[in-house]
Ligand binder design. Structure first.
Ligand code: PGA
Length: 253
């Protein structure tokens, strides 16, 4: 089984002092938790401060996005070489990036390749909209996103997948574990197995979408769910740590 992972996506929240305090609290609380990798994804401007705050602990850091070019005339963007040394992970293809900022499967694929070349662990985010689900297209949509996101990549060692149904993000309405298993154990794992055979079994697949300490155990209890991508609940250190603790506990059983 892949190592369990819990990623906190702070999105466009926290200023520098708040990010530093939140990371410090998570770092302090992480000391008593083992068996799950904790990853914090603050806004770019706080990466350095968060790096200092978690120094000496096993807490890892991720960026929320990056550009696929190495440098150049891309006002407002951040390139992979700028992230190297500051973080280990990078979220790519989050549905908010796809929906609000015009990211396509092609641009996500280009970024994934750059992440691999830059020794950053890409967290490829996939998930269907409510319209796609209601039209019976959830499984094919997610499967196509996985295929396109990983297009022309021969070795997926080190990639993390996150299934985040768009209708469950920030709505307080998490998917049911049954829905998550259908998509994660079905569409995602089947697609990975088809493409990468045994390599698929090493890929951590995370559930995201209104994860809380109340509902995480029901997801973590499923064999095909290896952790969580947490948004709102990651803004409270206590909640995030409890989610991490519960994942570790359930996975150790
Ligand atoms: P949420 O966000 O936990 O607030 O639903 C998850 C995400 O967008 O990664």
């Amino acid at each position: 089984m892949p190592i369990p992972v819990v990623v906190g996506n702070w999105k466009m929240n926290t200023d520098l002092p708040v990010a530093t305090a939140l990371a410090t609290d998570v770092a302090n609380g992480s000391v008593g938790i083992s068996g799950v990798e904790l990853v914090l994804c603050p806004p770019f401007i706080s990466l350095s401060a968060v790096q200092s705050a978690v120094a000496g602990t096993s807490v890892k850091i991720g960026a929320q996005n990056m550009h696929s070019a190495e440098s150049g005339a891309y006002t407002g963007e951040i390139a992979a070489p700028m992230l190297q040394g500051l973080c280990q992970y990078v979220l790519l293809g989050h549905s908010e990036r796809r929906q609000l900022f015009g990211e396509t499967d092609e641009s996500v694929n280009a970024k994934i390749k750059v992440a691999f070349e830059s020794s950053l662990i890409p967290v490829l985010c996939v998930g269907e909209t409510l319209e796609q689900r209601e039209a019976g297209l959830a499984l094919s949509t997610v499967s196509n996103q996985v295929k396109a996101g990983l297009s022309d990549i021969d070795d997926i060692t080190g990639v993390v997948l996150a299934y985040e149904p768009v209708w469950a993000i920030g709505t307080g309405q998490a998917a049911t574990p049954e829905i998550a298993v259908e998509v994660m154990g079905g569409a995602i794992l089947d697609t990975l197995k088809l493409l990468y055979h045994a390599g698929a079994d090493q890929v951590p697949i995370l559930y995201g979408g209104s994860v809380t300490s109340e509902n995480i155990a029901s997801f973590a209890g499923q064999d095909c769910i290896h952790g969580a991508l947490v948004g709102g609940a990651a803004l409270q250190a206590g909640q995030f740590l409890e989610i991490a603790r519960l994942i570790a506990e359930v996975k150790a059983e």
